[in-house]
Design a protein around this ligand. Structure first.
Ligand SMILES: O=C(O)CCC(=O)C(=O)O
Length: 329
């Protein structure tokens, strides 16, 4: 996996804002929160313990207190064969503790080919809406037919129909890294495959797809996400960006707001201009990150991106969100 420290979004957002821009920004913030309210309500109904996590896990003292409850584990599952024979779990965990990211994972070519073929041929759902179903090659035609832009295409539960996805999900190296980093309570909480398409999208759609805005994830007290690219990803394919060191250090202002997304200039000013790492790589390349660190997917400008995520947490997983599905009005 190649990386560069230039964040495409970083430069854009450093323009000083006028009063009018400030008003527009506040309106945008309210809209971003409003879009997510049905999902938050569903999370509380499904699991009331979600609310204290949602309020407190964003603060450094809240997280440290929860981290103290982690049961230590060396995670090792002796002699089980892994599809990542060259990765040393301890090296990965040391990088995660230090930087919040370990960027050197690679899927075997046959697994990459199988998941990529699955992603190309299996119909996905546009903008998280199960009424918008299409195969990736029909993306433009579907946009034209519906007269609206489609930014993402999720396979939801269909991802588990692919044997190679299940093989990666169950690989002992992933659970070893997760247990060493998160503690013995580590458990699988998400498995999803999805497309990000080059298109013109509204801010609400970009926000829902977690694109083009630095944010941190707050689905559990402690989490780890493994991401794999299933197509070659360069600057035009919407690469993922992670801000090194942001997983264990947080501005007070960012701990005390309900919003998880923040403007790039605030992130760069605090963590430094060299901290964002833009992840570029061939199909099959992957990385693991602590998603409490600031990160984002950038919007693809030239080619669609197919990606897989395997997420670990320490609490009961949400059945509904396991495959990335929020609740929409
Ligand atoms: O699409 C991406 O690269 C980022 C996904 C993301 O932000 C997330 O899973 O929280």
């Amino acid at each position: 996996m190649h990386s560069s420290s230039v964040s495409p979004a970083g430069d854009l957002a450093s323009t000083p804002s006028s009063d009018l821009e400030e008003v527009a920004r506040k309106g945008g913030k309210l809209r971003r929160m409003a879009v997510r309210i049905p999902t938050y309500m569903a999370d509380i109904r499904e699991n009331p313990a979600w609310l204290p996590m949602f309020l407190l896990a964003r603060t450094i003292p809240g997280r440290r207190a929860h981290w103290l409850m982690a049961k230590k584990s060396n995670g090792a599952i002796e002699k089980l064969p892994s599809i990542f024979p060259d990765v040393d779990a301890e090296t990965a965990v040391n990088a995660l503790r230090r930087d919040g990211i370990f960027p050197d994972l690679r899927l075997p070519a046959d697994i990459t080919g199988e998941i990529s073929a699955f992603g190309h041929k299996t119909p996905c759902f546009g903008n998280f809406d199960r009424r918008i179903e299409f195969t990736a090659s029909d993306h433009r035609a579907t946009e034209d037919r519906l007269g609206r832009s489609i930014l993402s295409g999720h396979h939801f539960e269909r991802a588990l129909d692919c044997a190679a996805v299940r093989k990666v999900q169950r690989d002992p190296l992933l659970s070893e890294i997760a247990r060493r980093y998160l503690g013995a309570q580590a458990r699988l909480i998400t498995t999803r495959t999805w497309w990000s398409f080059p298109t013109r999208a509204s801010e609400a759609d970009r926000s829902l797809a977690s694109l083009d805005k630095y944010h941190f994830d707050l689905d559990d007290w402690r989490m780890l996400k493994f991401f794999f690219y299933l197509v070659d990803v360069d600057q035009g394919t919407g690469p993922h960006v992670f801000v090194r060191g942001s997983h264990n250090k947080r501005r007070m202002k960012h701990q005390l707001t309900l919003l998880v997304g923040h403007p790039a200039n605030e992130i760069i000013d605090y963590y430094g201009k060299d901290s964002p790492m833009t992840l570029i790589g061939k199909a099959g390349s992957g990385f693991v990150e602590d998603p409490f660190g600031f990160h984002m997917g950038t919007v693809a400008t030239e080619k669609p991106r197919l990606m897989m995520e395997i997420g670990f947490g320490v609490s009961k997983p949400s059945r509904r969100r396991f495959h990335g599905e929020p609740v929409l009005r």
